[in-house]
Structures are given as C-alpha cells and as structure tokens.
Design a protein around this ligand. Structure first.
Ligand code: PLP
Length: 369
C-alpha cells in the first residue's frame, strides 16, 4: 500500500520555487468549476487586470499561459519569430542560453551578445550588434538572471532596440513581484514570467504581456505559429470576448495566481519591492559580515536572489544537505559556469521575511563552524 502523501515542511530559500502563501494554498482547495463557467470567465477577467497591475502595463494582450516560465519563454519566441528572422539575445547566464536554444528551434538566426556569468549585458554591446546586423526583428535579455543573481537594467537597451525598429523581449520570471519590471515605462514589447518565484504561488502558469507594436508584428506573420498549444492567435479567442474553447485551463492554478496577485495588490506593488530590497540587502550584509563574498557586483545585485562564493575547502553540497536535513532550509547550488562555485539563496515572495533572514544566517553560521 502507498502511504498518504506527507511532504516534509521546508523553508524554500533557493532559486525557486519559493514558499507558497497559505491564502494561495487555500484558494487552490476551492471547488472546481468548468473552464467555460461564467464564474471562471469572471476570474479570468480579474486575473488579466491583476497581471496588468503587476506588470505595470495597459497592454491588452496580457494573460497567463498554462505552463511554467519556460512555456512563457516559448510563447514569446514562437509567436514573434518566423524562420529566418534575426534575433539578438543577451547571454550572461543559463536562461539567456535557454532563450538562444528556443529561438534556434523557431528557425531564427540567433546573434549572441555575451557577458561573463554574474555580469550584465552592456547597452554598447547591443548597440554594436544592432549596427553590425541589419534588419534585426527582436532583442532579448533576462531581467533577473536566476543562475547568477544579476539585475539587468532595461531602459537604455530598450531605447536602442526601438531606434533600430526592433522588438524588445524581456524574461521577468524571477523579477516580477520582487523588483520593478515597468513594462510600459521601459517600453518592453514582449515579456513572460512565472508563478513560483516572487508571486508566491506554485509553478504552473506563466503571465505574459505583449505591446501594440508586438501585436502588429504578430498580425504581419506570413507563416503559422509552429506550436499549436502556444499560438496566441487562438489563445486570444479564449481569453478575449469570444471565449472559444482552446484547452482546458488549469482551473486551480488560476485560482492560485489570482489570489497571489490579490496579495500583491493588498500589500501594494511598491511596498512589495521595498520588502524585497530591505530583506535582500539585510541578508547580503549578514553574509558579508560572516566573511563570505558575493558573486555579483553590488551595483547589479538582485535582492531576491543572492549568489555567494563557496569558501575555499568547503564541500558545498554537504552544506546544502545539512541545511536541508537539520534546518529544513532549501538553497540552490551553482549551475553551468558557476557549478560548484556559488550557493544561490532566494528571498522571493512569501519566503522574503525577516525571520527567514535571521534563521538562515544563524543556520549557515552553525553549519560552517
Ligand atoms: N527564466 C528564468 C530567469 C528563470 O529563473 C526560470 C526558472 O528558474 C525560467 C526562465 C524557466 O522557468 P520554469 O522553470 O518555470 O520553466
């Protein structure tokens, strides 16, 4: 016989997922309705409004994709790119690298602009690439690179992209709800996020938003979007006035997202960012006070994800194991170029609380003793 499900109680302080707010868990336990039920259609409308609030946009084409952040990434690329299109992608970590893979699978010509893991893509690099390659359709960067903890400034790159009549794509999987994304202010044309980081919901949906300029580009496509499931021209008919059946929406996850966004609205978007900055900085100050060194330069350090260099002679996996087993705390190890070199400590959404900062610092001090 299989025993009743009884997962351990953890404090999720890794690169995501983060702890889910109890009100979100409660929302997920609400009775199911059909995906075309009038009450669900109302929930979809309210969720679209709330997604616009957190993205800070008036974009009409704003909805949540059924799937995790990577589904949002694919949605943006498969809809915007057609075979042969040129796209410039900033690669300074794992998720920039993933974007190049997705764009290549769309048949696009990918122009890589690279920076070492932990650094940011400089606007001059994008400018040089735009000047070198004529007719670029889009430029993509990762706002909060979860594999390194680097915060990519958006505005200057956006300005350059639009000077060259291209579309500006941003990955906001780890930034949304933690720091300002400012879709309209930064003139971002296509953006995707995820539910499991600073929004404090489980993984499963990907909020996306597209500007008018991006919608015009979609309307001008001459080939069919290569993915049936992620084709926005059909999804718009489900999320729009027509409410045509497309796929069976994950109802409970949509309940979760609505509640998670309602929590952000209740706290206030700016207050949410302030909380992340305050406790992120406190954690970073505490780590430095312990004599540890942080991988990203202070200027570009994210508050919600901190990468800490592993001190000489320490078995990094053993430390993570002990934190998990003795204190129930999950943190992340390094990926790709940073494998074995850093720990990644998240303070995202509901996990971003002062008690977690204090608990983590004292637990780590004890483990490193
Ligand atoms: N982009 C970034 C910056 C991420 O951090 C992640 C996940 O960690 C993704 C994309 C992919 O999202 P998912 O793992 O939810 O598919």
């Amino acid at each position: 016989m299989y025993k009743e499900l009884n997962p351990p109680s953890r404090i999720l302080m890794g690169p995501g997922p983060s702890d889910v707010h109890p009100r979100v868990l409660k929302a997920m336990a609400m009775p199911l309705v059909g995906h075309l039920d009038p009450s669900f259609l109302q929930i979809m409308n309210e969720t679209m409004e709330l997604i616009r609030m957190v993205f800070e946009t008036k974009n009409e084409l704003t909805l949540s994709m059924s799937g995790t952040g990577s589904a949002g990434m694919e949605t943006v690329f498969v809809n915007i790119l057609e075979p042969g299109d040129k796209v410039i992608i900033g690669v300074n970590g794992l998720f920039g690298e993933r974007m190049t893979d997705v764009a290549e699978r769309c048949g696009a010509e990918v122009i890589r602009v690279e920076a070492p893991w932990g650094e940011i893509i400089q606007p001059e690099q994008i400018k040089a690439a735009l000047e070198k390659h004529a007719g670029v359709k889009a430029v993509a960067v990762v706002h909060a690179e979860t594999s390194t903890g680097a915060l990519q400034p958006l505005f200057e790159i956006s300005r350059l992209v639009h000077e060259h009549d291209a579309l500006f794509i941003v990955d906001a999987v780890t930034s949304l709800g933690g720091i300002k994304v400012g879709i309209d202010e930064n003139e971002v044309d296509a953006c995707y996020s995820g539910t499991q980081k600073c929004l404090s919901a489980p993984p499963g949906l990907s909020p996306v938003t597209f500007s008018k300029r991006a919608q015009e580009a979609l309307a001008k496509r001459t080939s069919k979007v290569q993915s049936w499931y992620l084709d926005l021209s059909m999804l718009q008919n489900y999320w729009g006035q027509e409410r045509f059946y497309h796929h069976t929406a994950p109802i409970s996850m949509n309940y979760a997202l609505r509640e998670a966004l309602r929590l952000v609205a209740e706290e206030g978007l700016e207050q949410t960012w302030e909380r992340h900055w305050k406790f992120g900085k406190a954690l970073q100050a505490g780590l430095e006070a312990m004599g540890l060194s942080l991988h990203v330069a202070e200027e570009y350090r994210l508050p919600q994800l901190t990468s800490v260099r592993i001190p000489e002679g320490i078995d990094e996996a053993a430390v993570r194991k002990q934190l998990l087993e003795q204190f129930g705390i999950e943190i992340g190890g390094g990926l790709g170029a940073l494998k074995g070199k850093v720990w990644r400590i998240g303070l995202m959404g509901y996990s971003c609380q002062p008690r977690n900062v204090l608990l983590f610092l004292s637990a780590l001090a004890q483990v490193l003793e």
